[in-house]
Design a protein around this ligand. Structure first.
Ligand code: PLP
Length: 413
């Protein structure tokens, strides 16, 4: 039977409980939760046996191509709590000329720029805000480097929830304006994103805000998990050899890793996993330093700087989950320079017509470096994540001018 509308379809839910990602301690899923008592992220657990008995990949194929087609693996219990702006399945775009130029057979980009508010933050925030609505939240507060705040503001507007957003004072101008335009109160703070996070922590005590910081509530990761579900389905339930992920808080990398685990438990994929590559910028690479040092936790990166604002995260609450996934997958962590990022953005646009955001450019720069260093092979099937639209970022002015009143040598144009 065809379900014409993923949003209103009857939705038995399969959530059993929440679980501390560090200690395994169980928590009730039907009350508002933040971090675990151990101060670590909470993960949503499902009755996967019941899901396996209830749905199959063939059932999914009949549903509309959006994020809600995975509803059995998502936490929202009541359809009326879903806030949606049209979370479409994003395309996988090949970079054929870039691949050929590097001597590789293929290179694929999961182009997340097409999502509402122009970034994959929509996946996490549509879930977190829908759940906040379900659990009776009236005001959310959040730190952001730009895109998360924009997605939060948009979905909060739809949910009728107040949003208070704190961003570093040098956050891209368009993001700050976009957040305000979508009805949130946005504050520029003279600090970095973790400093903004501390303000949220202090403000929630005083004002009763709900803290929607990444991984400090259980549901953004469930939304980001859909990148892994969607990728698996789009590739015919056969995962790629390697995934390059631009890593800030790491929610997407952790979420995809969780998705693969759930898919294997469902029997929808086998045990093959992609190597997970955490890509960071040389000016802010706490995960790379910890990975190289064999540490399970990362220390704060001081004086963090990079033009790739989305991955300028000096300290991440899910550090050990990122590093565990990278190691378990036999992957690696790699830092790239801002110059290599700019070159990658320029090449993908000029050669293959795909305008990446700088963070997406970072994954391309890392792929090139990994290939050159022999960390991956030319025939490895690699997937890069382009997480936001390149249109939100400044582009160099390469225009020429013409005087229409003077003589024009058309052969020279
Ligand atoms: C948030 C963001 C990232 C980092 O994503 P995480 O899952 O938080 O690590 C990368 N790129 C862009 C454009 C972002 O907005």
């Amino acid at each position: 039977m065809r379900n014409d509308d993923n949003l209103t379809a009857a939705r038995p839910t399969f959530v059993t409980h929440l679980e501390c990602s560090m200690t395994g301690e169980r928590y009730d899923a039907d009350t508002l939760q933040g971090l675990s008592r151990a101060g670590r992220p909470l993960l949503v657990r499902y009755d996967l046996d019941a899901i396996r008995a209830m749905v199959s990949p063939a059932d999914l194929a009949l549903r509309p191509a959006d994020l809600w087609r995975y509803r059995e693996l998502l936490p929202v219990r009541r359809a009326q709590n879903i806030v949606s702006l049209g979370e479409i399945a994003t395309p996988i775009v090949p970079l054929n000329k870039v691949a050929a130029g590097a001597g590789a057979s293929t290179l694929l980009v999961k182009d997340e720029s097409r999502l509402p508010t122009g970034s994959f933050k929509a996946r996490g925030l549509v879930m977190a805000i829908s759940m906040a609505k379900e659990l009776g939240v009236t005001t959310i507060a959040m730190p952001t480097n730009g895109n998360a705040g924009a997605a939060a503001a948009a979905y909060a507007a739809q949910a009728g929830i107040e949003a208070v957003i704190f961003c570093p004072d040098d956050t891209p101008e368009i993001n700050v304006r976009e957040i305000a335009a979508q009805g949130a109160r946005v504050y520029r703070v003279n600090g970095l994103i973790d400093d903004c996070g501390k303000l949220v922590g202090a403000g929630k005590e005083a004002n009763g805000w709900f803290d929607l910081s990444t991984l400090k509530e259980p549901y953004r990761i469930e939304g980001k998990k859909t990148m892994g579900l969607e990728l698996a389905e789009q590739l015919g339930w056969e995962l790629p050899d390697v995934i390059f992920y631009p890593t800030g808080g790491g929610t997407g990398l952790i979420g995809m890793w969780k998705a693969f685990e759930e898919l294997e438990a469902l029997g929808w994929i086998g045990s093959k996993r992609p190597r997970m590559v955490a890509v960071q910028a040389e000016g802010c690479a706490p995960m790379v330093r910890a990975w190289q040092g064999g540490e399970r936790h990362a220390t704060r990166w001081e004086d963090a700087h990079t033009l790739a604002a989305g991955i300028r995260v000096p300290q991440a609450v899910g550090d050990f989950l990122i590093l565990d996934a990278v190691r378990a997958s036999n992957g690696f962590a790699m830092a790239v320079s801002d110059a290599a990022i700019l070159e990658a953005v320029d090449d993908a646009a000029r050669l293959d017509g795909l305008l990446l955001c700088p963070e997406g450019g970072a994954t391309l720069a890392a792929w090139r470096k990994a290939l050159a260093d022999g960390l991956i092979a030319p025939d490895d099937r690699a997937v890069l994540f382009n997480c936001a639209t390149g249109l939100k970022y400044p582009m160099p002015d390469q225009s020429r001018t013409l005087d229409r009143h003077g003589p024009i040598d058309f052969t020279a144009l």
